[in-house]
Design a protein around this ligand. Structure first.
Ligand code: ADP
Length: 448
């Protein structure tokens, strides 16, 4: 029972309860009516026998019987006898009834003959001018009961129909009763999948416990939504506030570096400069991420020649790679157009190429090819590689595989890349082997 849904449990309970009630009511009705039928049969039998003298007369030395005597009414058969003889003078008996049944006046005898039960009622009837004769009334109880059994049969056919009806009504009722719960579940699922905390259950038209629960849940959602919004604006406010001191420090550091300094001091100042640059980069990435979170980062998609843009990016990064003693090679299919925001695709290339150049040992390769209405970008390096268990985490915010090896990283670059891919409905795959290298593969749909 526990593994059943509440709806199914309600239907089951409702059906069991209603079936019990129906059986109980029908049982009571049947026992009342079977007693009623019996006493009715007895009454009719006695009345018919008691009234039978009206049909008998003695005229001109002849015992005469009206047609009414022989007529079978209410399944009752009348027959007349001499008092000391069971030989029939007049009348009819049900087929198969044994005429040797002894007379028992004034009481109803129940006689079983074969499968059939008869009620027999005998009465002495004095006839004017003649002596007393005996009138016997015989009725087959089985005939009376068979009518009752017919009713029972109809009831037995109706009962399963009633039960089916009960299940349907029970299902509809419980569905209606559980509708608010389904609404709560679907809203929560919706919020989880769309990550949109502004959605509400907003149940209307009731005041029972479930409506109170839904309202309370909506209030909780509003609180969570507010505090997340506060947190988002806090990140963006802090990032904004940090921009000015970082920029001032940058100017001051560059000023100091212009002076003639001891190499030792110069080295220390360079460390400060690098950290300041990293801080500036982090602040700018944080600002971007908070803009994304607040839905303030405007995406302007248009037709973008990905082949052309990739070539521009290669040209831009060639110098950086060469300065690090690396080669940057590329193989680009021409004329690939996608619908994309150019600034965001530039940012994607920048983040991934910077990483590749940072980690490569000798070379970085970029491939762009067209395959079945898809544009596939692959950025491959022969660097340190990423452990298999770390691959799913590198797209998380602030995740760095080994922060000590990566003093120019913030752990935010790939989370930005992931978001850019999402808004372009593009997919990604990372293939990597420790000390052999890493490949980032992005698949975009081609327009048209
Ligand atoms: P960061 O700004 O620190 O580089 P990213 O989000 O760009 O942050 O990358 C997350 C982590 O993924 C990095 O700390 C780095 O260890 C790992 N990573 C990214 N690209 C590569 C690569 N090409 N080779 C090896 N490790 C990489």
């Amino acid at each position: 029972m526990r593994h059943l849904s509440i709806k199914a449990r309600l239907v089951l309970l409702h059906t069991i309860l209603m079936t019990l009630v129906i059986f109980l009511v029908l049982g009571i009705l049947f026992s009342i009516s079977s007693n009623e039928i019996l006493s009715n049969v007895h009454d009719t039998l006695m009345t018919r026998v008691n009234e039978s003298y009206e049909y008998i007369s003695y005229e001109d030395g002849l015992l005469t019987f009206d047609n009414d005597f022989i007529e079978i009414r209410d399944n009752i058969y009348l027959s007349a006898y001499e008092p000391d003889d069971t030989a029939l003078i007049y009348g009819k008996l049900p087929r198969g009834f044994n005429r040797d049944v002894a007379f028992e006046e004034g009481m109803i005898q129940e006689v079983d003959i074969g499968e059939v039960t008869y009620d027999v009622y005998d009465m002495s009837v004095p006839i004017d001018g003649y002596h007393t004769i005996i009138v016997r009334g015989v009725v087959s109880l089985t005939a009376a009961q068979s009518e009752f059994q017919n009713t029972l049969r109809i009831a037995l056919i109706l009962l399963p129909l009633l039960m089916v009806l009960e299940v349907i009504i029970g299902y509809l009722l419980s569905k209606r009763a559980m509708a608010p719960v389904s609404k709560i579940t679907s809203t929560v699922k919706d919020i989880r999948s769309s990550k949109d905390l502004s959605k509400r259950i907003a149940l209307k038209g009731g005041s029972d416990e479930i409506y109170v629960l839904a309202d309370t849940f909506d209030e909780l959602l509003a609180d969570v939504d507010k505090s997340i919004a506060r947190e988002k604006s806090f990140t963006s406010d802090v990032a904004h506030e940090l921009r000015t001191p970082i920029a001032t420090m940058k100017l001051a550091i560059e000023d100091v570096l212009r002076h003639d300094l001891d190499q030792e001091v110069k080295d220390d100042i360079m460390i400060i400069k690098n950290k300041n640059d990293l801080m500036a980069k982090m602040v700018s990435e944080l600002l971007n991420l908070s803009r994304i979170d607040q839905g303030r980062l405007v995406i302007e998609k248009g037709d973008l020649d990905l082949s052309e843009l990739t070539e521009v990016m290669i040209d831009e990064f060639k110098e950086v790679a060469t300065n690090k003693g690396l080669t940057l090679e590329s193989k680009i299919d021409q004329g690939i157009i996608i619908e994309a925001d150019e600034t965001l695709i530039i940012r994607l290339y920048t983040n991934v190429l910077e990483n590749a150049i940072k980690f490569a040992k000798t070379k970085v390769e970029v491939f762009l090819k067209k395959e079945d209405q898809k544009a596939i970008i692959e950025i491959r390096d022969d660097g340190i590689g990423i452990k298999e268990e770390d691959i799913p985490k590198i797209f998380d915010r602030f995740y760095q595989v080994d922060p000590s090896r990566n003093d120019k990283g913030s752990g935010l670059g790939l989370s930005m890349v992931k978001w850019i891919l999402e808004v372009h409905d593009a997919s990604y795959e990372v293939q990597s082997k420790i000390d052999i290298g890493t490949s980032f593969i992005f698949t975009f749909k081609i327009k048209g």
